[in-house]
Design a binder for this molecule. Sequence first.
Ligand SMILES: [Zn+2]
Length: 280
Amino acid sequence: MRNLIFVAALFFAASASAQTQSKDVYYVYAIEYANSKGWAPVSRVAIGATSNDSVDFAYYFWYLKGDNGKKILVDTGFRKNSTTPKLSLKYYQRPDSVLERLGVTPDEITDIVITHPHFDHIDGLTLFPKATVWMQKKDYDYFVGEAWQRGGDHYGFTHEDVLNIVRVNLEGRLRLVDGDSIEIIPGIRVFIGSRHTWESQHLLVDAHGEKVMLASDDDWFYYNLHNLLPIPLTFDKAAYVRQLKRMKTLVSDTTLIIPGHDGLVLHKFPMVAKDFVKIR
Ligand SMILES: [Zn+2]
């Protein structure tokens, strides 16, 4: 009997250590590839804001380097050419050239998770021609279809980006995800409900013993998260706030909820290259 208990204890110890040694864990980086000129008053980014504070409106994409060999982008930034809308920017660098600062070349990117198809998140897709692309099915359907029908909303969408994602689908590289709390890639789970676009998504990433929430535009700024205030750009303000609350329950450390456009992100984490911080 004693031997049996000993063997059982050994078995549990071994399986626990196998879990902690999972290869499906990631180093998580945030990359600021553009920044807008001037600061925005919080009243423009958070409905119901009462303070006179302002926010630094920055543009990000995120890079996940897995122990499993995967090199994943969360969104792609935009290319800034004749087809992208004009923004008033303090600076801009093309996303592929920023990635090269970490020695990552475009062909090495294995996967791209698109949080939503606003051009500042999806337009860089063509820079990474070998990646498998993941997107919510309802967001895709709306983006390529109903958004362009009478009464549809295509704010922030471009014709070029629609054609590009359709091409990715025709090439067999698109994976449509249908729903909430789905582990799309081992160690990466996606969540919906904020309705920034028709079905925008955010991601929870296993990052070596901690979970990192990449909120993207499902939380624009720390200000939205801390004050539980919705952004003006959502189909459902109450749902947006519900998701902010849920995000806080999905991480053990709320400083690991990373907003989509807050310039402060670059100051809160260690910088590993110019405009590149390592979150975990
Ligand atoms: Zn957006």
